[in-house]
Ligand binder design. Structure first.
Ligand code: NYM
Length: 226
């Protein structure tokens, strides 16, 4: 029931404040979809394993200082490098497709823990112009579904406390929440992240199954914010 013919996979993004449960939910979603026979991979941004990702990681750990514009562009570069332009022979002409696009078109569903919305929400919460923040994200693949795990910043702060990374402060998270609200569009599904984990999981599963089915039927892959 998973892959049929040359139907494509879905690009599913989880977004939300720090401690909203994205990482737990995305790692529960993976075996669920695998169990149903869907080819699926779990990705996350920032991907700290690349050179750019190491710079981001050091910045987040307060081991290096960068101005707001520079770190914003590094987060974006980290998405572009994972998009990974490759050249593939397509019949007689050379087609250029990203790694992400190739995976989706070959039927693999991608679950992505944070994406461009985090990039724009966290940087514009610092006071950067939102349109300026969106610009470097333009042309990346647009998700088919964005699951926004909605939690009041105060509640998130209570959850096992924040770590020592940059941004993990209540006042800042309140601003991030406001910025996320501005970014909502038709692909968003807001899930109440204060519900018991199993209820959140059930809602996520329903929306994801719906989305994967629509993509199999040939929903068009589009680009972000163009
Ligand atoms: N973050 C994440 C950004 O500021 N911009 C981005 O583009 C992305 C993807 O990095 N507090 C922030 C949000 C988080 C932090 O993310 C690290 P995580 O999911 O805790 O590894």
């Amino acid at each position: 029931n998973g892959q049929c013919g040359n139907s494509r996979g879905a690009l599913i993004v989880l977004e939300g404040l720090d401690r909203s449960g994205k990482t737990s939910q995305s790692s529960r979603l993976l075996p669920y979809l695998e169990g149903l026979g869907f080819p699926v991979e779990l990705w996350r941004f920032p991907d700290r394993n690349t050179c750019v990702g190491e710079m981001i990681s050091s910045y987040l750990a307060n081991k290096s200082q960068l101005d707001d514009q520079t770190i914003h562009l590094l987060f974006s570069a980290n998405r572009w490098e994972k998009r990974d332009c490759g050249h593939y022979k397509d019949k007689n002409r050379l087609a250029e497709r990203s790694l992400m696009e190739t995976k989706l078109r070959s039927g693999t569903t991608l679950i992505v823990d944070r994406y461009s919305y985090s990039g724009v929400a966290f940087s514009s919460a610092k006071g950067l112009d939102i349109e300026w923040c969106k610009a470097p994200e333009m042309g990346l693949l647009a998700p088919d579904l964005v699951l926004y795990l909605d939690i009041p910043p105060e509640k998130a702060a209570e959850r096992g406390g924040y770590g020592s990374e940059r941004y993990e402060q209540l006042e800042f998270q309140k601003k991030v929440a406001e910025c996320y609200k501005i970014l909502q569009d038709a692909t968003w599904k807001t899930v109440d992240a204060c519900l018991p984990m199993e209820d959140v999981e059930r809602q996520i599963r329903e929306s994801v199954l719906d989305c994967v089915t629509t993509c199999q039927k040939g929903r068009t892959l589009s680009k972000l914010w163009l």
